[in-house]
Design a protein around this ligand. Structure first.
Ligand SMILES: [Zn+2]
Ligand SMILES: [Zn+2]
Ligand SMILES: [Zn+2]
Length: 147
């Protein structure tokens, strides 16, 4: 679990204002929420009693992106989702029924596949993004609880 105090301290030292909205958004992301769209973020904040307008949500997201605290996730549906950046490289399991998105790290590394493609196509990799689409355990009935 990332340390929100150290992130707040770093921002404070760099002279950024730490409004209650900014803190609320930060703690939401750090608590493992996401990837989520700006409207989803706004709804989540509202459910926690933090009422912010759309403009503020987008401005705060821009800020967090610029600080490399969050990153954008593309899941092929044209929506921009955001999640905490610090968790490192990982992939997503997207349920096509309930739209739940789960982050996970792959145990097997793609490095070998990349090396082979690199050799064959003379292509230098910078990054890759790989998401998986299917039915989650809740939707398939394998698990009785709500995700
Ligand atoms: Zn990967
Ligand atoms: Zn599902
Ligand atoms: Zn993720």
């Amino acid at each position: 679990m990332p340390d929100s105090d150290s992130i707040l301290e770093k921002l404070r030292k760099e002279g950024f204002r730490l409004t209650s909205t900014r803190k609320a958004i930060l703690s939401l992301f750090l608590s493992g929420a996401g990837p989520m769209t700006a409207p989803e973020l706004q709804a989540r904040l509202k459910s926690e009693g933090v009422d912010v307008n759309k403009t503020t949500v987008y401005r705060e997201l821009d800020f967090l992106m610029a600080q490399k605290i969050t990153r954008e996730v593309q899941l092929g549906d044209g929506l921009r989702r955001y999640e905490y950046f610090g968790d490192g490289h990982h992939h997503h399991l997207v349920c096509v029924r309930c739209k739940n998105i789960e982050c996970f790290e792959m145990t097997a590394c793609l490095k070998e596949i990349e090396a082979e493609i690199s050799e064959r196509k003379k292509f230098t990799f910078i990054k890759h993004s790989l998401e998986f689409f299917g039915i989650c355990s809740y939707c398939s009935g394998a698990e009785g609880k709500v995700p």
